[in-house]
Design a protein around this ligand. Structure first.
Ligand SMILES: [Zn+2]
Length: 463
């Protein structure tokens, strides 16, 4: 079985309490309708569909159906670095220096695999069906194998997967965190050779692709000399690959950019060919109005990571203003070493709340948050057949089980997973027409063995 090919099993999802489409505004709610899935696609959505001979029927009576979450920015290796004491009260810069960077060289392929499996399992059980991982465990004398194993594990879990191939091209003496890694950065040629290899082996540019490769240097100004940014952009566009990186996560970053280059960060990347509908940035917490206008005008997108930004004390990204300006907005958990949760349900709940706390009750709606976390994510990744529930779209969807005490008393169950947040159980999850969560469990996963591997991994990564 090739896990990237769609399942040809026909599935009928009957009688859900509510179905959300992933679209914004008046198009968000599909009401009480049944859904038929065949050959990896949604075949029909209508009330009272009749089961076909040989069809699997899922009774969704106590469930609401959402499009699967599209998590557009993760660092899966960080799943073995949650709540490291030396970083728990630190800001971004000190946290980078204390938590991930000193351990980069200690990540063997085995540890990277355990971390990825832990993260993928948690994501699936929170309703994620597509993940883009910003993977930067690369250095001159390391192995490129860790990128390959992410594709292998995503295929084993049945997750739609985008590898954002990160890494540094300078030793970043400017950055107090990276300078502690004692790692030698790759050369541009090494990075590009691996990107071309990954593209040839895994990349599928189709609208319902299960595997994509993205060019994603870790952070402009810190992880590569400015003159290499246009070269990477040219290479990415020549290969037909999208581009991703961190930007404007903290005021310190903005100040650095201003002092060093005399420009705001978005102006700086614009000058180096890094804006466009094929580019999206993680964070964008600190933006001037002129930068939002430039991003919107160019079609550049954002991975909004509100929990990580709050956890590190970085601020609250102006996601509602970015959306209002027309930017593609997506949601992401970021690495769980600065989140402590890899749940997109938790992220959506916090995203719904935090903008209302800061800017008033009109700042966000549940429908808009679902749109950001599903169709918005698919848009920044260029996966046009993903993120919305409609006939012809990829069959990526989640059945949240609301048959639990904490959901008794709800007048509107459609909003319950986002409004109430975790814990909420995913009863079934389907990716590409294939059932990847069955009755709250991941078929074929030895959970106890994975948890033992995780405990061992933490022991190996202790200070
Ligand atoms: Zn990140």
């Amino acid at each position: 079985m090739n896990p990237t090919t769609p399942s040809n099993q026909s599935i009928l999802i009957r009688n859900p309490a509510a179905v959300m489409s992933g679209r914004p505004g008046d198009q968000a709610r599909l009401g009480q309708v049944d859904l038929r899935i065949a050959n990896g696609r949604i075949e029909s959505i209508a009330p009272n569909l009749t089961p076909l001979a040989g069809e699997r029927v899922i009774d969704a009576r106590d469930c609401v159906v959402y499009p699967g979450w599209v998590n557009t920015h993760h660092h899966l290796f960080q799943n073995l670095l949650k709540a490291v004491p030396s970083g728990i009260n630190a800001d971004l810069q000190d946290w980078l220096a204390a938590v991930p960077y000193p351990r980069l060289a200690r990540f063997t392929p085995e540890l990277a695999r355990t971390a990825a499996r832990l993260g993928m399992a948690e994501m699936l059980l929170s309703g994620v069906t597509t993940c883009a991982d910003h993977h930067y465990l690369y250095h001159a004398h390391g192995t490129v194998e860790t990128g390959d194993l992410l594709f292998e594990e995503a295929a084993a879990f049945g997750l739609r997967f985008v590898l954002c191939r990160g890494g540094a091209l300078q030793s970043a003496g400017d950055h107090p965190g990276f300078s502690k890694t004692v790692l030698h950065p790759e050369t541009l040629d090494q990075m590009l050779a691996d990107i071309e290899r990954l593209k040839a082996r895994y990349h599928d540019s189709s609208a319902a692709s299960m595997r994509r490769v993205v060019v994603a240097p870790t952070t402009p100004t810190f992880s590569l000399p400015p003159e290499l940014l246009p070269e990477l952009a040219r290479a990415a566009r020549g290969l037909g690959l999208r581009m991703h990186t961190h930007l404007s996560e903290t005021t310190r970053y903005v100040d650095f950019c201003r002092e060093r280059f005399g420009k705001l960060p978005v102006e700086f990347v614009a000058d180096h060919g890094w804006l466009g509908p094929d580019v999206w940035f993680a964070h964008l917490v600190h933006l001037e109005a002129s930068e939002i206008a430039m991003l919107a005008e160019s079609g550049s997108g954002v991975s909004h990571c509100p929990v990580s930004n709050a956890r590190l004390g970085s601020g609250i990204a102006p996601a509602p203003r970015m959306a209002a300006a027309g930017m593609p907005v997506s949601l992401a958990v970021d690495g769980v070493a600065s989140n402590e949760s890899g749940s997109m349900t938790h992220e959506a709940n916090f995203a719904w709340l935090v903008h209302r706390a800061a800017h008033g009750a009109a700042a966000t709606t549940v429908e808009e948050i679902i749109h950001w976390g599903t169709a918005g994510g698919a848009r920044v990744l260029g996966l046009d057949a993903v993120g919305t529930l409609a006939p012809g779209q990829a069959a990526d969807l989640v059945l949240y089980d609301l048959n639990a005490l904490r959901f008794d008393g709800f007048h509107d169950l459609a909003v319950a997973p986002v409004a109430a947040g975790e814990p909420v159980r995913v009863r079934h999850s389907i990716v590409n027409g294939r059932v990847v969560v069955e009755n709250g469990e991941i078929p074929g996963l030895d959970l106890e063995a994975l948890r033992r591997d995780a405990a061992q991994g933490v022991r190996e990564l202790l200070d």
